[in-house]
Structure formats: structure tokens, C-alpha cells
Write a protein that binds this ligand. Structure first.
Ligand SMILES: [Zn+2]
Ligand SMILES: [Zn+2]
Length: 391
């Protein structure tokens, strides 16, 4: 039996271990074997999914009752840690700078709690320790391998440094953005820098394109909606006295609704091709489709709010985040809710001095377990109601 103090101590140990040995997306080999052995030691059964080599899927409960899933991610980032913590990353240039060590530890804590209460579960809980979130490929890989088979609802979490420990952000509808990438190639005609009229300058054309893109958010997106367009890289030329043939730029678009996403992309193409035609350059646009928006199912919000209250924590309505999360892919297949967990952090996600307040560990495990209990109760209740009306 784990008391809450013992649970907290145990989860600190797990989180610090994971923090010390961060692994990049798709390469979570040691993390996987560590989590597997912790789950097995707690006599929690593991599910083997075809083709899945990193990440762990486990299940608690039995019988014909409903099945819900809890998901946490486990990968780290190519960031050089600057926290100075005694348990800082032992690997050069790699760090748990997004707090996925915290997610994995909290989910393991929820597994301990659910295992302890296994006989009271009104169904089964599938625990998904997902790899490759930062590359936005892990969720799709697991979905293809069948991780959502028989699952009726899916729940996930992300730490939130700007919320206080004890605050749980629960928001209906869009919570995090769709993240699309773009690469634009602008092909002109090279010439001597002193004779620009003999060529077609791709640098001037690309500059006009980038400037014109700035009007999409201000002139084409409704005041009710929001979007971000950022050009993050611009390359052209080799020296001072030659007009080059090519210019490239790339960047990202963030949106919160599918309609806005499509509209911004259309407008983006219109601007690039239109400006390109005006300058007489050839233009090629390459899209890199990222995750859709994280979009929380309205029907499940009251269930999650109730679960948060039952865990003794406070549900608040958080601001939306322009970052993206591949949890959104699960929500394309199943209803579900993604919550933000307050961790009173000193820095935002992906910062070299990112950290979480460990006091959030046991409460987060408790809230995840509570969500699983309440979700199963909700589904079991709906089944009974359906049987009564049909009978
Ligand atoms: Zn991240
Ligand atoms: Zn993250």
C-alpha cells in the first residue's frame, strides 16, 4: 500500500531518474525498459503492440466493462540543460525541457493508485506512455498499432509552468494549436549585383512575400478567431556582389479551428503565388502537416471537472496555447480531454532552465486516477441507462 507521502517520495525518485537520463524522440530505449520494469514490479500487465519498440502500454482492471485511456509522453529534447539541479541531465545536449519526465512519473503514479483500487474499477484503464511526442509521430504510430482499439475515451495531460501547483486547467473545445510548417523556394535569375535588370532578384521577391504574409492574420482572420504566422528562417546568396538565383524561407502557422487553418493556408498560397507572379519569379511551396488542434470534447468536460474536485484540486479555465501536441491525433479517433497541470515553473516549455515544482507529482497522479475512475463510472452508468431504455 502506498500512502500519499510514500507515493510522493517514490514519484520524485522516478522523475529524477528519468530527468537524469533523457532520450530523444524515437530513441526512448532505456526509458522504456525502466518504465516496463516499474510496471511489472507493481504487477501491472503490459500490452505488446505490433511494431512498437519504444513507449509502453499497460492495462489495469478486467471484465466486460468500458475501457478508457490515460496518456503521458516520455521523450526529451535536444537542449543543453542549464538548471544546475543535482539531478540534471547526465547527457550532453539532451534535456527533459518539456517536462515529459514529470508526465511519465505522474502516469506511473496513477498506475500505482489504480492498481491498488483495481477491484473497485468499473472497467479497464489503458495507460499509454507515448514516445516521440516532440516529433509529433508517436501518437499516430501507436494508433496505427491499435492502441485505441476498444477505448471509449482518452485523457492526457501537460504540465503548465504559468499555473500554480494545485491548479488544473480544464477547457472545452480548442486548447492547443494546429501546427503546420511551410517551406518556400523562390527561383529568380542570377546576375551581377551592379546589373540587377539583367536578372530577377529572388531576395527582393522573398522579402515582399514575407512582408505581405504579415497582413493575413490582421486582415483575413476574424477578430473572434486567432492565428500565428512566423517566418523563422531565410536563406539566400553567397557573397556581396552577386544576385543569387534562389531564396528559401520557412516557418510555421498556428491555428485553433480547422476552418481557420484551411483559410489561412489558402490565403498564404494566394499571397506567395501572387507576389511571385508580380516579381516574375518561380515559386514552390512545400507544406509540412503538423498535428490538428487539441480539441476537448464538451460532453466529457463535466466528468473531468468532477474528477478534479474529487481529487481535492481546483479546476480553472486556462488560456489556449499556441503550441501544438500530438494528443490531438487521438482526439481525431475518440472523444477526450487534455488537461493542463499547474507546476509553478520558472520558465516556459523548451527553455534550458525549464523545471517543474515536484510538489505537483502525487496530486497529478491522484487527479489522473480520479479521471479514470469518473470516466468509467460515467460510461458504466450510460450503459445501464441504455439497457433500461432498451429493456
Ligand atoms: Zn515540447
Ligand atoms: Zn511537451
Amino acid at each position: 500500500m502506498i500512502g500519499s507521502e510514500a507515493l510522493q517520495e517514490r514519484l520524485i525518485e522516478v522523475r529524477r531518474h528519468l530527468h537524469r537520463y533523457p532520450e530523444l524522440s524515437g530513441d526512448e530505449v532505456e526509458t522504456t525498459s525502466y518504465l516496463r520494469s516499474q510496471l511489472l514490479a507493481a504487477e501491472i500487465r503490459l500490452l505488446e503492440l505490433p511494431g512498437v519498440t519504444t513507449g509502453v502500454v499497460a492495462e489495469i482492471g478486467s471484465g466486460e466493462g468500458p475501457l478508457v485511456a490515460l496518456r503521458g509522453d516520455i521523450d526529451a529534447l535536444p537542449v543543453q540543460e542549464e538548471t544546475g539541479l543535482p539531478f540534471a541531465s547526465s547527457v550532453q545536449g539532451r534535456m527533459h525541457a518539456c517536462g515529459h519526465d514529470f508526465h511519465a512519473a505522474s502516469l506511473l503514479g496513477a498506475a500505482y493508485l489504480l492498481k491498488r483500487e483495481e477491484t473497485t474499477l468499473q472497467g479497464r484503464v489503458r495507460l499509454i506512455f507515448q514516445p516521440s511526442e516532440e516529433k509529433a509521430t508517436g501518437a499516430q504510430q501507436l494508433i496505427q498499432a491499435g492502441v485505441l482499439d476498444s477505448v471509449e475515451a482518452v485523457f492526457g495531460l501537460h504540465n503548465k509552468p504559468d499555473l500554480a501547483v494545485g491548479e488544473i486547467g480544464v477547457r472545452e473545445g480548442p486548447l492547443m494549436a494546429a501546427a503546420d510548417g511551410f517551406r518556400v523556394e523562390v527561383r529568380g535569375r542570377g546576375s551581377h549585383a551592379a546589373v540587377p535588370d539583367a536578372g530577377i532578384d529572388p531576395i527582393v521577391a522573398a522579402s515582399h512575400m514575407i512582408t505581405a504574409l504579415q497582413s493575413i492574420v490582421s486582415r483575413n482572420v476574424s477578430a473572434q478567431d486567432s492565428a500565428v504566422i512566423s517566418v523563422t528562417r531565410l536563406n539566400s546568396g553567397h557573397t556581396w556582389n552577386v544576385i543569387p538565383e534562389l531564396a528559401h524561407f520557412q516557418g510555421t502557422i498556428r491555428t485553433f479551428q480547422d476552418g481557420v487553418r484551411q483559410k489561412v493556408r489558402q490565403q498564404f498560397e494566394q499571397v506567395i503565388y501572387g507576389v511571385g507572379a508580380a516579381f516574375g519569379v518561380e515559386v514552390a511551396i512545400q507544406w509540412i502537416d503538423g498535428p490538428p488542434p487539441v480539441d476537448n470534447t464538451a460532453e466529457w468536460i463535466p466528468v473531468v471537472q468532477e474528477a478534479v474536485a474529487a481529487a481535492g484540486l481546483q479546476a480553472i479555465i486556462p488560456n489556449v496555447s499556441p503550441a501544438s501536441e500530438d494528443f490531438a491525433f487521438y482526439q481525431q479517433h475518440r472523444p477526450g480531454v487534455f488537461i493542463f497541470v499547474g507546476t509553478s515553473g520558472p520558465q516556459e516549455w523548451h527553455h534550458p532552465a525549464f523545471d517543474i515544482d515536484e510538489r505537483a507529482l502525487a496530486p497529478t497522479a491522484t487527479v489522473l486516477a480520479s479521471i479514470a475512475h469518473h470516466a468509467l463510472k460515467h460510461l458504466a452508468g450510460a450503459r445501464v441507462a441504455a439497457e433500461q431504455t432498451s429493456g
